[in-house]
Each structure stands twice: as structure tokens, then as C-alpha cells.
Ligand binder design. Structure first.
Ligand code: TIU
Length: 240
């Protein structure tokens, strides 16, 4: 069983039961003119994690391990958008308004699509989620149970919003999560470091963290030969 030198202590996993999850690496959060910018953020701060996640995706694909993508977005008719969320932040453009990359944070628009370097491959799971938590009103749990996945390597943006919400939700459902320190970014560097510290404190109260190099050393070594055999390993996860 591989073991990764992680914070707060070693992270052990079975390669048959681990997946990479890439949270919300969309143009809306990473490029000018999208949701992140209309909220007043410097979206260039997300860029450093893009090549890191690309390398992780390549390694997981080569090892034939699952790569999961989430995107925060809403239906074109806004039926899944709470008024409170629409009004939050008093932005100059609201969710559903027309921006330079199409309607802000709406599924199917250019802005809600993934950044070009992190596009899903055919057959990979893409979860469209209306909330910050990747399990809220999605099929993510059913997918993980069906595939026998018990361990999640977590990446994406932003660290203290959708990444943290999703990792906390996964932890409550019984998944062992490890956050990739250079595979996540925030518009607020101090929130990124604080979030990593908070989630790994108290003996890993929410989970583990490590640099991408520690994950890559294991997954790249698996090479071509590994099969993503999704049988149950007896690891129990919660029902909801
Ligand atoms: N605003 C912010 O930091 N994040 C979000 O609204 N969504 C995600 O984190 N994906």
C-alpha cells in the first residue's frame, strides 16, 4: 500500500480506490470577465495551480485512475439559483447576466467551461454543481460508491470556498481526502494557507495535505500497467 509523506502524518491509500478530483477549474474563476472578476478578485492568482493540476491529470490518466471534474454553474432558467446567492456580493454583473464570456456562471456558456489546459477527456465524470459543496444536489456520492472510491486527491479553486466545502463534505461522508498544496489557489493567499492549516490541524480533522511531488512520485511510477479496478475494499462510507 503506497504511503505519502503528508501533513499531519503519512497518508496511506490503495491505488484501486483513489481518484483525482479537480474542483471548478473554469474560465469563470480563472480568466478576466468571469464570475471571479465580477466579485472584485484578481483572477490571475489562480494561474499557478493550472500546470500542477494538468500534470496530476496526466499522471492519473496514464495510471488509469479516475479523474473527476466539477464545475460550479446554474441552469439557464436559473431555477437552481437561490435569490440569496444571486444577490450576494452586490456585483456589477450577477449570475445569469451577459458578460464577455457569455452568461455569468451558467452551464453551457463559455465562462462556465473548463480552462483549456484542464479540459475533461471523454468518459471522465463531469459534475455540474449549483453549490460550493460538490455533493450538494449532485450524483458524486453515487459515482464514488459505484467505483469503490474511498480516497480523494483534491485540487482546484478556490481553496477556502469550493475546495474547502467539498473536502469537508467528503470527510463527513467517510472519504480520506488529501489536498494538494500547489494544486489549489485562492484569490487571498492568506486564506489558502489558513485553510490548509485548519483542515490538517487536530490530527487531520478534515484531512491531509501534501505537495504535488509526493503524489506524482507514486502515481507516475504506476505507469501504464495499473487497472482502475473498482471493487469494494470494505471501506464504509456514510449513506448521504
Ligand atoms: N468566490 C470564490 O472564491 N469561489 C467561488 O465562488 N466558487 C468556488 O470556489 N469554486
Amino acid at each position: 500500500m503506497p504511503s505519502i509523506n503528508a501533513t499531519p502524518f503519512a497518508y496511506n491509500f490503495d491505488t484501486d480506490h483513489i481518484a483525482l478530483i479537480c474542483i471548478d477549474m473554469q474560465r469563470d474563476f480563472c480568466l478576466p470577465g468571469g464570475f471571479g472578476e465580477v466579485l472584485g478578485n484578481d483572477v490571475s492568482l489562480i494561474a499557478p495551480c493550472i500546470p500542477v493540476i494538468a500534470r496530476l491529470q496526466a499522471a492519473f490518466r496514464k495510471a488509469r485512475l479516475p479523474v473527476i471534474h466539477t464545475k460550479e454553474c446554474h441552469k439557464p432558467d436559473l431555477s437552481d439559483l437561490p435569490t440569496a446567492k444571486q444577490n450576494r456580493g452586490n456585483p456589477k454583473l450577477k449570475i445569469g447576466d451577459k458578460g464577455p464570456m457569455g452568461r455569468i456562471l451558467i452551464d453551457g456558456e463559455e465562462g462556465s467551461d473548463f480552462v483549456p489546459d484542464l479540459r475533461p477527456l471523454p468518459g471522465e465524470l463531469v459534475i455540474a454543481k449549483p453549490g460550493k459543496d460538490a455533493f450538494y444536489r449532485t450524483d458524486l456520492r453515487e459515482y464514488l460508491v459505484t467505483r469503490g472510491i474511498t480516497n480523494l486527491v483534491v485540487t482546484g479553486c478556490t481553496t477556502e470556498v469550493c475546495v474547502q466545502s467539498s473536502m469537508r463534505a467528503a470527510n463527513d461522508r467517510g472519504y480520506d481526502c488529501i489536498l494538494v498544496e500547489d494544486g489549489t489557489e485562492s484569490y487571498f493567499p492568506e486564506f489558502k494557507s489558513g485553510t490548509i492549516k485548519a483542515m490538517t490541524a487536530q490530527g487531520g480533522i478534515i484531512g491531509w495535505s501534501c505537495p504535488s511531488a509526493a503524489i506524482l512520485a507514486v502515481v507516475e511510477a504506476l505507469g501504464h500497467g495499473a487497472a482502475a479496478a473498482p471493487a469494494s475494499n470494505g471501506h464504509k462510507v456514510a449513506a448521504h
